[in-house]
Design a protein around this ligand. Sequence first.
Ligand SMILES: Nc1ncnc2c1ncn2[C@@H]1O[C@H](COP(=O)(O)OP(=O)(O)OP(=O)(O)O)[C@@H](O)[C@H]1O
Ligand SMILES: [Mg+2]
Length: 453
Amino acid sequence: MFVYSQNTGNKILQQIAWQRELLRIVIIVALATATGMSFEQPFWGAFLGLIVSQVLMLKRLNELYRWSNNQGSAPQDGGLVGYSVDILVRRERSLNKKIDKQGKQLKRIAEGIESLKDGVLIVNQAGCMTSFNRASCHLLGLRADTDMGQHITNLIRAPRFVSYFKQADYSDVIELESPHRSNITVQIQVAQFGIDQKVIVVRDVTERQRVEKMRQTFIADVSHELRTPLTVINGYLEMLEDADLNPGISRAIKQMSTQNERMKSLVNDLLHLSKLESDNAGIGNDWFELQPLCAISVDQLRAYRPTSLTGEKFPEATLSCDCVSGIEILGFSEEFSSVLINLITNAIKYGQKEGLAAEVKVSIHTLDEGLEIAVTDQGEGIAPNHLSHLTERFYRVDESRESTVGGSGLGLAIVRHALEHHDTQLKIESILGKGSRFSFVIPTERIRMKGSA
Ligand SMILES: Nc1ncnc2c1ncn2[C@@H]1O[C@H](COP(=O)(O)OP(=O)(O)OP(=O)(O)O)[C@@H](O)[C@H]1O
Ligand SMILES: [Mg+2]
């Protein structure tokens, strides 16, 4: 079977071109030699023939050169020059087809980006905008005629964005008020694009923020409103506890009091959490000394004995704290003390094993990245599948176990929020049957020795 390929065709054409080229030279030289022989000068005739053939070749090469520079028409030639012209024309045609196809694809991508609801901006190495879509104009108030080529920080001037844009790590996103309309909140994410360009994606998150705020306000309002009726019920229950009633009713009133206490603590936790999540959180950042705060928290809880739902008191826990004096932390002392109290309370509640008193240790270690504060217990521990969920609101490991000491599952959510305000995160390590360790590292820039200011 004869298989004809493009390459075979090219080879045949190339051979024909070479043959014609050589034939042309041979004919010119032969004619010139014959003319030279009639003058009895065959050698000079052949020499002249060679020169003529070379001059003709140069002439065609010159035409090829001029044509390739868009000056004049393509040389009409059956030899090597004509063959080269054919190849170049074919290549140009196929390149044009590819450029056309890619142009269409680019146009489709550009139309897609243009129709997005999210703003997309591309900036060059210097930070100047090289393109942006229609949504960017709406969200950031950009104008295609005047703002193209401007530095991005000239248009989004918010200091938070400027420092975010300057940093090299863009794994986080930031949310800020649109520079164009104060009623729009935008989420901005920068990503490295190619070698030296950046793509900035701007998303409208106004609605999400509004719903989140509504949720916070609702929880705060409901919790606040619940406080008064709970206090009234508490008052009556206390009055009834003192009254001389039959043992059955007395027991029921005691249980009602315990549940009322739980509800009060739940309401207080919810209020605390919504305060931590609110916009005002983070006000009052100041230096405070760590040792007295630890000592107060530990002392406050020394006499704390969790009560089970049946009214049984747990054995008194052993608490120790090895905090040295003189260390100061930049933060929010009230939030910090609520972190310690929550962690120590948990360690007392869940740190006991087989009815024995819990042994709780608050320890401080200096690390390269800052000061580590850890609360350790020798209790039952927590199974690994629960660890990543513990800081979620209302998450409790084992409803039946926890119901004996009655937690609402908000304590660690409060701890997480409070620690975020101190630029740190809670680390939870636990071994089933051996105990748990809750720790966090206060970054170096938030620590100093007393008197070093
Ligand atoms: N030291 C610990 N040892 C074992 N389990 C723990 C420990 N600390 C917390 N947990 C588990 O994590 C869950 C969540 O704790 P969190 O403090 O958020 O809620 P809570 O103690 O149940 O309620 P609240 O603190 O709101 O009164 C607890 O229910 C408990 O199951
Ligand atoms: Mg707790």
